[in-house]
Design a protein around this ligand. Structure first.
Ligand code: 3HB
Length: 328
């Protein structure tokens, strides 16, 4: 009887130790590829302030924007070893490891940033994050996003055929690449920090981009035509190194989850509030603006669907179902 009691006690203590490490003070490092004025970076800085305050100064976060710690691939590697603690990432690198995340890029899954924010809260989207720890070595706290995707070209474009043969910059991601291959274009994967020079020196004929950056990074200056297409949403994911997470106390995990989730929601709110303002500014530039919808890309969407309904059947049908409910 006595022995059994001691055994129970040891098991209980071991359990507590395994699941809640002591709350140690820490200076976390957080990386992003976005430049300092970008909404993601601003909210990362906000998260740093919140965590410092909520932990009574015990925890601080040093934010490294603009790819200072390397590419997203390098940041993901650093998080796998625990050398980097957190990041706000595009889905590009993560989807190389969790293929199902690619389904989030289904063309015209949603019509605007408000619907994007809504679908990213549904289980069809949030369940995909559960694959991250085992496959990418990071814990997905939740989604943020950037605006809807548009196409900016240095040459005139009248029909989808005009895009054929053009070298078009894309975020390095299979589902976006497939969309442009279906269009007969030559998709050129380039991470955000490399886009301006590539467009300015004519290495690419156009770019796949959002309205915030078409405006703020002055990509519009290099445009002949801007296709306001809203053809895809652009999710972001707030992540913490799974290694770092493992050694965190329950209390710290909860604090980080709550505060980062709040900032990810603020990212969503910012895009919902500001997307139309950027659109107005871009329309006011005097460049040729062409409003296009799914009919412009009809065949390409069918081809994309054929490929991705084989690659990620359940994820895609789950998201299409969720979108149907949102659009009702
Ligand atoms: C991108 O176009 O690859 C990109 C855009 C953003 C943020 C991050 C990446 O607004």
């Amino acid at each position: 009887m006595k022995i059994r009691k001691i055994g129970t006690l040891i098991a209980a203590v071991a359990g507590v130790c395994a699941f809640s490490a002591p709350a140690l003070a820490k200076d976390f490092r957080m990386g992003l590829i976005t430049p300092p004025p970008h909404i993601w970076t601003q909210q990362a800085n906000g998260f740093a302030e919140d965590l410092k305050e909520a932990s009574g100064g015990k925890h601080t976060v040093s934010v490294f924007p603009a790819g200072q710690l390397g590419s997203e691939a390098q940041m993901l590697q650093q998080m796998q070893t625990g050398a980097l603690d957190m990041a706000f990432l595009t889905i590009a690198e993560a989807s190389n490891r969790v293929e199902n995340l690619g389904a989030l890029y289904a063309p015209y899954l949603v019509r605007n940033v408000a619907e994007a924010a809504e679908i990213l809260k549904t289980p069809a989207a949030t369940n995909l994050l559960k694959e991250l720890p085992a496959k990418a070595g990071v814990v997905g706290i939740g989604y943020g996003m950037a605006g809807m995707r548009q196409i900016l070209t240095a040459k005139p474009v009248e029909t989808a055929d005009d895009l054929s043969g053009m070298k078009l910059r894309i975020t390095p991601l299979d589902p976006i690449r497939d969309f442009y291959i279906d269009l007969g274009a030559a998709p050129t994967p380039l991470p955000l920090p490399a886009v301006y020079d590539a467009l300015a020196n004519g290495q690419v004929d156009g770019i796949d981009m959002d309205l915030e950056l078409i405006w703020a990074l002055k990509f519009w200056e290099k445009a002949d035509t801007i296709l306001v297409s809203n053809h895809m949403m652009f999710p972001m994911v707030g992540v913490v190194s799974a290694r770092v997470w493992k050694d965190m106390s329950e209390e710290d995990r909860k604090m980080i989850t709550d505060l980062m989730s709040k900032r990810l929601d603020m990212v969503m709110a910012e895009y919902k509030a500001k997307e139309s303002g950027w659109e107005e500014k871009v329309r006011g530039t005097g460049k040729t603006i062409k409003d296009v919808g799914p009919e412009f890309f009809e065949e390409e969407i069918v081809e994309w669907e054929e490929t991705w309904s084989k690659r990620t059947p359940e994820a895609l049908s789950g998201l299409r179902e969720a979108a149907k409910n949102i659009k009702k």
